[in-house]
Structures are given as structure tokens and as C-alpha cells.
Design a protein around this ligand. Structure first.
Ligand code: ATP
Ligand code: AZ7
Length: 334
């Protein structure tokens, strides 16, 4: 019988010896415990492989990062943010779960939920756009996962259809928390920009000092993916929970329109459209959904709908929030 302490790669095995004495063995999971299978995908600093636990035959996705590459690219901080964030978000059906981490001399390993359905983006591209029923279902699952993240003091900061994976049942699994922000105190609502340093940033600073991430790298220089970046991140360089809801508005628009609201020839022009709120709904965009998007794509983050407002918006009429949302069958994507 295994008792797994999530996050650490430790499992404790109860053992009864020949004299009937009960003992416990501490077993550290490692590469040897898995049969590695096909490559699921590649990131800039990572390879994700399907793998099977040799004892339990459970299937996982294992994200393998090359240590030297991470250090050379100065991504150590992001890897540790991803680990800490995933450990904090251990228990929600809409978030990729982290079971173990371990390392060997060459690599770091994240043992994650296997999302066999691939990325939501793939389906939007294949179908062109989603109908209202599918947009409502996937929008509701994404929102439910955002609500959970925010309740744990985590801002994702890079929500986009590429980071919304789908599992066997075609249910949502949000991933990619390397650029997330953990709000260190319940009171903190926004990330600090470069001058103010919050306590957590000091922790990050200490960590960075210990392993020598240079100053310029350390500042809150992170900006998400151009099309989904919130105006507040562009103007006063600080993100808040509302930044995730801005991205959510962009995703709802994109599922129904087949394209993101702010898209230009290059990043700079995209940023200009965002801060000037320059976007148009295509003809035929459903009226109720339009009302929702217009109340999310608001420049002032404090004027955006809150999660509660969104859940009771007419667009989500009929959605059963909470556990029920994750038990029901996903509508067929057509
Ligand atoms: N848990 C998972 N289950 C199935 N596929 C996954 C899982 N996690 C990641 N992938 C796939 O593996 C690929 C690499 O993902 P990874 O998160 O390592 O890098 P990335 O974030 O996509 O790229 P980058 O690091 O450049 O942002 C992606 O295409 C993703 O769809
Ligand atoms: O064991 C832990 O809990 C913490 C370590 C911390 C850690 N050790 C590292 C070594 C290197 Cl070379 C690079 C990074 Cl990003 C490193 N991060 C760790 C191990 C594995 C993974 Cl996937 C993440 C962090």
C-alpha cells in the first residue's frame, strides 16, 4: 500500500517482515519507476513524454527539463515557480495535477496528469470556431479553474487556448504555471512592479541571489503572450487577478469568432490595439456573448466583471457550477 506525499517524490510503503513486525520503507520515485513512451510535445526548455508507472501501471505525462539548458537560459526561477505553484494547486479537476518531481544528474522531472486530448487551440483551429453550447461548456470549466487558482492566491498570467489542455473525457486541464504569480499574502491583490518588492519577491530575490540570476532578469519583466496580455500589464507593469479575466474574455471571443480580439502584424501593434481597446465583433457574433465580452474587455481592471458576476451572466445560464460541471459529458465539438 502506498502513501504518496504529493510534490515530494516520496512514497512510504508499509511492510510486514517475516516475524510479523510492521516496518515502513521510504521509497523515492525516480526515472527507474517509469516506462517512458511517445513524445507528447516539445517546449522551449522541455520535452513532455507519456510514461507509465511500472508498479501501478498508471499513465502520466512527464515533463523533462535539461538542467544545463535551464541554467544557461536563466529559467531556474520559472521552473521553481512552476513546481511551487502546481504543488499549491494540487486538487482541482480543471488543473493539471503534479504528482511527483525528481531529478537526476542531467534532468529535472515533473510527473503530471496526462491530457490525451491535446490543446484547446487545436480544436479551435480545426473547427474554425465553436458554437455557443461548446463555448459555454469550455468557458465554464476554464472559469471554474480560474476561480480555484485565485482562491489559492495564484494568478496564471498567461492564459490562452494553447495552455488549456483536454483530457480523455475532453474536459479542461489548465497547464503552464511557470509564469504564474503567487500572491504572498491574502491582502496582496496585484503583483508589484519593479520598484516595490513584496515579501515573496524577496524570497525570489534570495533564491535568485543564491543562484545568481542577474538583476535585470529578476525584475517583474514577464509579459504573457501578446494577444492575451491585459492593458494594466502594458501600462503600469503589474498584473492582478483581473488580468486573468481579461484573458478569459479574449478566449471567449476567440472560441466564438475563431480569432482573438486583438491581433496585428506584430507585437507592438497588437499592444497598441489592446491599450486603445481597438477590436470589432464579427457579424453574427451572438448578442448575449457580446455583452459578456464587452464587460470583460474593460481597460480598468477594477471595472471588469468579477468571477461571481460572470457566473451569473445570462451567457452561462443553465450551467451547473461546482462538482456537477466536471461530472457531465462534454458536448461534442462540431
Ligand atoms: N500534461 C500534459 N499532457 C499532455 N501533453 C502535454 C502536457 N503538458 C504539456 N503537454 C504538451 O507538450 C508540449 C510542451 O509543453 P511544455 O509545457 O513543456 O512547453 P510549452 O509551455 O508548450 O512551451 P514553452 O515552454 O515554449 O512555453 C505542448 O505542446 C503541450 O501541449
Ligand atoms: O527538489 C525540489 O523540490 C526542488 C528542486 C529545486 C531545483 N533544483 C534544481 C537544479 C537545477 Cl540544475 C535547476 C533547477 Cl530549476 C532546479 N530546481 C527541484 C527538483 C525537481 C524539479 Cl522538477 C523542480 C525543482
Amino acid at each position: 500500500e502506498e502513501w504518496k506525499d504529493r510534490g515530494a517524490a516520496v512514497s512510504i510503503q508499509r511492510h510486514v517482515d517475516s516475524n510479523g513486525n510492521q516496518t515502513h520503507r521510504i521509497v523515492k520515485k525516480g526515472v527507474q519507476d517509469f516506462n517512458f513512451g511517445r513524445t507528447l510535445g516539445e517546449g522551449s526548455y522541455s520535452t513532455v513524454l507519456a510514461a507509465t508507472d511500472r508498479q501501478t501501471l498508471t499513465e502520466y505525462a512527464i515533463k523533462v527539463l535539461d538542467k544545463r539548458h535551464i541554467i544557461k537560459e536563466k529559467k531556474v526561477k520559472y521552473v521553481n515557480i512552476e513546481k511551487n505553484t502546481l504543488n499549491r494547486l494540487g486538487d482541482h479537476p480543471g488543473i493539471v495535477r503534479l504528482y511527483y518531481t525528481f531529478q537526476d544528474e542531467r534532468s529535472l522531472y515533473f510527473v503530471l496528469d496526462l491530457a490525451t486530448g491535446g490543446e484547446l487551440l487545436g480544436f479551435v483551429k480545426k473547427l474554425g470556431s465553436f458554437d455557443e453550447e461548446c463555448t459555454r461548456f469550455y468557458g465554464a470549466q476554464i472559469l471554474d479553474a480560474i476561480e480555484y487558482m485565485h482562491s489559492k492566491g495564484v494568478i496564471h498570467r498567461d492564459l490562452k487556448p494553447e495552455n488549456v489542455l483536454l483530457d480523455e473525457q475532453m474536459h479542461v486541464k489548465i497547464t503552464d504555471f511557470g509564469t504564474a504569480k503567487i500572491l504572498d499574502l491574502p491582502s496582496q491583490t496585484r503583483t508589484s512592479n519593479t520598484d516595490g518588492k513584496t515579501q515573496l519577491d524577496r524570497q525570489e530575490q534570495d533564491f535568485a541571489n543564491n543562484i545568481g540570476i542577474p538583476d535585470h532578469e529578476r525584475a517583474n519583466s514577464f509579459v504573457g503572450t501578446a494577444e492575451y496580455v491585459s492593458p494594466e500589464l502594458l501600462t503600469d507593469k503589474s498584473a492582478c487577478k483581473g488580468s486573468d479575466l481579461w484573458a478569459f474574455g479574449c478566449i471567449i471571443f476567440q472560441l466564438l469568432a475563431g480569432r482573438p480580439p486583438f491581433k496585428a502584424a506584430n507585437e507592438y501593434q497588437t499592444f497598441q490595439k489592446i491599450v486603445n481597446l481597438e477590436y470589432q465583433f464579427p457579424p453574427g457574433f451572438p448578442k448575449v456573448a457580446r455583452d459578456l465580452v464587452e464587460r470583460l474587455l474593460v481597460l480598468d481592471p477594477t471595472k471588469r466583471l468579477t468571477i461571481e458576476n460572470i457566473k451569473s451572466h445570462p451567457f452561462f445560464e443553465g450551467i451547473l457550477w461546482g462538482k456537477q460541471l466536471w461530472k457531465q459529458k462534454a458536448p461534442r465539438l462540431k
